[in-house]
Design a binder for this molecule. Structure first.
Ligand SMILES: NC(=O)c1ccc[n+]([C@@H]2O[C@H](COP(=O)([O-])OP(=O)(O)OC[C@H]3O[C@@H](n4cnc5c(N)ncnc54)[C@H](OP(=O)(O)O)[C@@H]3O)[C@@H](O)[C@H]2O)c1
Length: 268
């Protein structure tokens, strides 16, 4: 199915999970798509189905986003597609489950680079291109952990709170430029996230209360196309996020943290 040409969307972390689902929704909406991640076989698999939705205007870049030349390689991959850049999706990210002082510092710093420094670097470097298009979009994937502090997810939650605040402020700065900034704060999504975060002990809850990636991606892309600043996918999640912001932080933190602390494996 060929759809109207909306220019090129770059999606980081598009080899699986939410990033792959967002790539499908962007292709359906008429974007050419550049999929970026480390696993080439997984990227090729996603390219086949995304390409079927946008007349094969789908490209892949096998890249470790933490490599020193990551920005330059993304920039040259964009150029080689021949499409004008109109959308940047900062989706790649991961969590780390555990007590702050027990999680290795190097792992936490790497996660902060992926979750915070990378969106800043890509956005800063690609904004001039985005501004040359009459209409363009930035989509940042935060998390509901941005709305409250949860023990065992201290650094991850902090990184997502940062992304939300930065995203909203950037959106205000860019008013009137034709570039809108949307931040999505999903609750639990059934993806490879829990395994990568070392929180398989929470997997049963994630599967029971979590959503499949596709409805989250649909909400995200609808919000992006409308230029909304912030969206929480799912009615129950929206109510929870609202209550988190209205109720006193202390009791909310204790209840939420208790759920995660209870499952934390005891270190010998
Ligand atoms: N799942 C949830 O419950 C949940 C909830 C709220 C927010 N989120 C957020 O949603 C986003 C997507 O997560 P997900 O649930 O889809 O997780 P996922 O299934 O683990 O997917 C993560 C993606 O990021 C890519 N990636 C990770 N490190 C990378 C690196 N160094 N270089 C290049 N690509 C890298 C992975 O691809 P490769 O391994 O092939 O590189 C993969 O495509 C994250 O920002 C996460 O924080 C997730």
């Amino acid at each position: 199915m060929t759809t109207p040409d909306k220019g090129l969307a770059v999606v980081t972390g598009a080899s699986q999970g939410l990033g792959a689902a967002i790539a499908h929704e962007l292709a359906r909406a008429g974007f050419a798509v550049l999929l970026v991640a480390r696993s080439l076989p997984a990227l090729d698999h996603v390219r086949a189905s995304v390409g079927a939705l946008n007349g094969d205007r789908t490209f892949v870049l096998e890249l470790d986003l933490l490599a020193p030349d990551a920005f330059d390689r993304i920039r040259s991959a964009i150029t080689s597609t021949g499409f004008p850049l109109t959308c940047l999706v900062n989706n790649a990210g991961h969590g780390l489950y555990g007590l702050f002082h027990e999680l290795p510092l190097t792992d936490q710093l790497r996660m902060m680079r992926l979750n915070m420094e990378l969106p800043i670097t890509l956005t800063h470097g690609l904004l001039p291109d985005l501004k040359t298009a009459p209409r363009s979009y930035i989509l940042n994937i935060s998390s509901m952990t941005a709305y409250g502090s949860i023990a065992t997810l201290a650094t991850y939650g902090g990184s997502k709170a940062f992304l939300l605040r930065w995203s909203r402020a950037l959106g205000v700065e860019l008013r009137g430029t034709g570039v809108t900034v949307t931040c999505v704060c999903p609750g639990s999504i059934i993806t490879g996230f829990t395994a990568r975060a070392g929180m398989l002990v929470m997997d049963d809850l994630a599967r029971k209360f979590g959503s499949e990636p596709l409805p989250v991606a649909r909400t995200a892309v609808n919000a992006l196309l409308k230029g909304r600043a912030e969206v929480v996918p799912g009615a129950l999640n929206r109510i929870t996020a609202f209550l988190q912001q209205c109720l006193p932080a202390g009791p909310v933190e204790r209840v939420a943290s208790g759920i995660y602390l209870k499952r934390l494996p005891v270190r010998k």
